[in-house]
Design a protein around this ligand. Structure first.
Ligand SMILES: CC(C)(COP(=O)(O)OP(=O)(O)OC[C@H]1O[C@@H](n2cnc3c(N)ncnc32)[C@H](O)[C@@H]1OP(=O)(O)O)[C@@H](O)C(=O)NCCC(=O)NCCS
Length: 175
């Protein structure tokens, strides 16, 4: 099977990605997840893996944001919405999409680290791919104001150097 990997504008490619989100995270499933009720940022870029029928098999969302770490302004890349269609899992697609996201950030060269949030059962998947736990506090904006974000655990990836402790304020919605 031929798989096409593309990095696309986040808003323009949302109609392509939406069916995958709807299939994996319908409202009744999301309602039972630890992050139910959290408002997330829309991805700036999307890595999409499509098959020959142009069906999206895998998605990774990419964000870039100026945040603060221990009060210092710092640039970070966010990874979110890592999804593979149920019948296409364990073929390495999420690994390929994550690598494409990381390569895009490395090529840009302006971001010292990447940050993602995941549920405990997905942590081994990311740790096997070089992500390390961030052992600190995360604060984010929500419609009701600034909150401490504890719905999922933070993991960081060294592009140059990632902090592993401290207080991060995402200065916006989480991803
Ligand atoms: C988590 C998720 C994105 C992984 O997607 P995936 O495309 O199956 O991921 P990969 O195929 O790259 O890797 C999955 C496993 O399959 C293995 N694998 C990869 N290629 C394989 C192949 N050809 N044959 C057999 N196994 C393979 C990998 O080694 C990996 O195992 P490991 O974690 O023990 O190392 C997917 O399970 C998913 O969409 N889950 C639901 C949504 C979700 O929870 N997303 C995460 C949000 S943080």
């Amino acid at each position: 099977m031929t798989i096409e990997v593309e990095v696309l504008n986040g808003d323009a490619s949302w109609p392509l990605a939406k069916p995958l989100f709807d299939a994996i995270w319908p409202p009744e499933v999301v309602a039972k997840l630890p992050w139910a009720g959290i408002v997330f940022a829309r991805a700036e870029l999307r890595v999409l893996l499509q098959n020959e029928a142009e069906e999206v098999l895998c998605h990774v969302g990419l964000h870039r944001r100026d945040i603060t770490w221990n009060g210092h302004k710092i640039r970070v890349a966010g990874i979110g919405g890592v999804l593979t269609r149920e019948d296409a899992r364990r073929h390495g697609y999420a690994s390929i999409a994550l690598n494409a996201a990381i390569q895009t950030l490395k090529d840009e060269g302006s971001t010292p680290f990447a940050l993602l949030f995941c549920e405990p059962h997905n942590a081994p998947f990311y740790m096997a791919r070089g992500w390390k736990p961030f052992d600190g506090e995360i604060h984010v904006d929500q419609p009701q104001g600034r909150i401490r974000f504890e719905a999922m655990a933070p993991y960081v990836y060294d592009l140059k150097r990632a902090p592993q402790k401290g207080v991060i304020d995402l200065c916006g919605l989480p991803w």
